[in-house]
Design a protein around this ligand. Structure first.
Ligand code: F6R
Length: 244
């Protein structure tokens, strides 16, 4: 529990710096799992600062994003591809070919193959060293809405009404929010060697408490983090309010 999101973001960015440097020394790329949304923004800002002011290079980093809205092209202003470019990738020296996100425009009959290939690409890169996560009001990680199984893999999913309502302001109305997304599964996420879930503010407190202290259940996909040997929550005081 950190005093605020800036302090948590700083601590996590230092860990990532160390991870990148350690992997580089071993001659291996660091493989990072990325999240979008408002939560990781201070963390990405700190990574950019470390790149610009402390010489941290991302030349040997490979990234895999958790999810993408299905139906949005990569240059749509609300696509996660665009979000990542604006919030991080355009400001660091990561090679374009090292950046991976699920496609939002793969034709329906190719979704299954696309998702299988995404899993294979993660494996081929050596697996994710550190996966960054946020948590939604439905308890989702990635877009693993209630009902997602512990072993679910990358797939197309129907977004929960609550999730679409939360995205409504970004899309200027709920009617414009996509109904589907492609997301890494809970099983995909749990294969990462380390997991960090970030959450800020009191409106995350109830889900944070349920994820950490409640039963492991498909009703709250973040509760499956209890089943991982190296999963940590980086939260502020607000988000810690309902922990016992
Ligand atoms: C985004 C993602 C989601 C978000 C979650 C919280 O890639 O996978 O699980 O982390 O919806 O969103 P924010 O951070 O906007 O509250």
């Amino acid at each position: 529990i950190f005093p605020d999101s800036a302090a948590a973001a700083k601590a996590l960015a230092q860990e990532v710096k160390l991870l990148i440097e350690t992997k580089n020394k071993a001659g291996k790329p660091a493989v990072l799992g990325m999240a979008t949304g408002s939560t990781p923004v201070p963390f990405y800002r700190e990574l950019i600062r470390l790149h610009k002011e402390a010489g941290l290079s991302f030349k040997n980093v490979i990234t895999f994003n958790l999810d993408e809205y299905y139906g949005l092209s990569s240059d749509h202003p609300e696509s996660y591809s665009k979000f990542m470019a604006e919030q991080l990738f355009d400001h660091i020296d990561i090679p374009k070919e090292n950046i991976n996100l699920p496609s939002g425009t793969v034709p329906g009959d190719q979704v299954f193959n696309h998702c299988r290939q995404y899993e294979e690409k993660i494996e081929a890169a050596g697996g994710v060293d550190l996966q960054i996560l946020g948590i939604g009001r439905t308890g989702h990680i990635g877009f693993n809405e209630p009902g997602s199984s512990r072993d679910s893999l990358t797939r197309r999913i129907t977004l929960d009404r609550v999730t679409r309502q939360d995205a409504a302001s970004d899309f200027r109305g709920e009617q414009n929010v996509p109904h589907f997304a492609i997301t890494m599964g809970v099983g995909t996420i749990l294969r990462a060697r380390k997991l960090v879930l970030m959450a800020w503010g009191e409106n995350k407190a109830s889900m944070v408490a349920k994820a950490i202290e409640g039963p492991m259940t498909e009703a709250i996909s973040a509760s499956f983090l209890q089943d991982h040997p190296d999963a940590r929550f980086f939260i502020d005081h607000g988000a810690s309010r309902e922990l016992t």
